[in-house]
Design a protein around this ligand. Structure first.
Ligand SMILES: [Zn+2]
Length: 427
């Protein structure tokens, strides 16, 4: 997901006529744009059936990404010496109510080259799961007049196979010495983002390396559309580090990246890192026409932009790896409400007297603060908001925004369940 940026496209500058392979320029890495393209085509092919979180297609994509990271000589940071960190979750739309699915993050480490800086970690991530086939994943998905009628596989090329392809090429640029990293780099492909940022919440809950060592998190979303336009960022207000680093990357590459949204919203994988107090920003684009529709196909991507955009992301990471200032704190995550839409487990449903498979909002792990008047705690289930039932088409992030933006002193009523006990809560 990453729905916001499409709205702002009119403000972006247009270069037009960009070459497929970006100019090397002094100090700029030579990107293999064809390799990026091949990876997008592969991941967005019908072989992976749209990579729905918890599906065999998603697992096959994870295996491919792990193989590629291993071939680059990166170190595994998953479970038991593998590249895969597995986790269970409840899908948004389960074929059988209450069913539990399993997904995985793919995580790899490139140690820093400077022994004095190696303990500091920069994480670059992107989700590799997609919409899957019909009836899977996101309730916000739609049919599209742009798609072939009868296309039952939603290949999710721009959202987000393209960002994984860019991430793999960025990893190659650092492992082959095109770019250097005094600090350590962690590359992470997140699973099950479309089910509510499950993979990134899991990373923050069970980090393979201590969270305190994570200096910053850079997330990639939808790098492949809006031909000729510069990229946009969301969450740049999480630290003054971001505008400074982007200004340097713009100067090196001749781009004009748009500082689009200061605050991170609960719509993609930078959000759990923000909640955990780590400066976290997403870079990419939105695309209102094809995102979360069967028309998000590799063949419709802006091929000519893949090279320079990958190069730009690599330069941002190189700038982060060379900036040894302590990141200035930005927007305070304490008091943010992050809701993950889940199905109540059979035990939870039974305890609360709910029908099996009732959709509820769980106050997400990673929520780090209190809000004075509220006694909500991590793991609480929310059944109703302001007297309204929670339907699947309500975006989880919107509810967080509604709670956050309600006027101070005014009550926003919630129906909450804690350990089977139902109560009315006012936040
Ligand atoms: Zn996405």
């Amino acid at each position: 997901l990453f729905p916001l940026a499409g709205i702002l496209v009119a403000a972006a500058s247009v270069h037009g006529g960009d070459p497929i392979t970006p100019p090397p320029g002094p100090g700029l890495p030579t990107v293999d744009a064809s390799a990026v393209w091949r990876d997008v085509e592969e991941l967005a092919s019908d072989t992976y059936r749209g990579r729905n979180g918890g599906s065999p297609g998603e697992l096959a994509a994870a295996a491919l990404i792990a193989m590629r990271l291993e071939a680059l000589g990166l170190e595994p940071l998953g479970d038991d010496g593998t590249f895969l960190q597995s986790f269970e979750f409840m899908p948004r739309f389960a074929p059988v109510p209450g069913v539990v699915a399993s997904s995985q993050n793919v995580i790899a480490l490139l140690p820093g080259q400077d022994p004095a800086r190696r303990h500091e970690i920069l994480l670059i991530g992107a989700h590799y799961d997609g919409q899957g086939a019909d009836t899977e994943a996101d309730p916000g998905r739609q049919e599209s007049e742009l798609a072939d009628s009868g296309d039952r596989i939603w290949n999710s090329a721009n959202d987000n196979a393209v960002s994984i392809a860019a991430l793999l090429e960025v990893a190659r640029l650092f492992t082959t010495g095109e770019l250097t990293n005094a600090r350590s780099l962690v590359f992470c492909a997140f699973g099950a983002e479309e089910h509510g940022m499950i993979g990134s919440f899991r990373y923050v809950e069970r980090p393979p390396l201590p969270l305190e060592r994570h200096v910053a998190m850079l997330n990639l979303e939808q790098l492949g559309r809006r031909p000729g336009t510069d990229l946009m960022t969301a969450g740049f207000g999480t630290s003054a580090l971001w505008p400074a680093v982007l200004a340097r990357a713009d100067a090196r590459t001749g781009r004009s990246t748009l500082l689009a949204l200061e605050r991170p919203e609960a719509d993609t994988d930078h959000f759990p890192f923000f909640l955990a107090g780590i400066p976290a920003m997403t870079i990419g684009h939105g695309d209102g026409e094809r995102t979360h529709t069967p028309a998000d196909e590799a063949g419709t991507l802006s091929f000519g932009d893949l090279g320079w955009r990958t190069q730009f992301v690599a330069v941002v990471l190189a700038e982060l790896a060379a900036d040894f200032s302590k990141p200035t704190p930005g927007i305070d995550p304490r008091g943010e409400f992050a809701f993950a839409g889940v199905l109540a487990s059979p035990a939870e449903a039974a305890a609360a007297g709910l029908p099996p498979g009732t959709r509820v909002l769980r106050l997400a792990a990673g929520w780090s603060g209190g809000r004075g008047s509220s006694s909500l705690a991590e793991g609480d289930l929310i059944l109703r908001l302001a007297g309204e039932e929670l339907s699947p088409d309500v975006l989880d992030g919107d509810l967080g925004v509604r709670v956050r933006d309600s006027p101070p002193g005014e009550c926003l009523p919630l129906t909450v369940v804690t350990d089977g006990e139902r109560r009315e809560e006012c936040v």
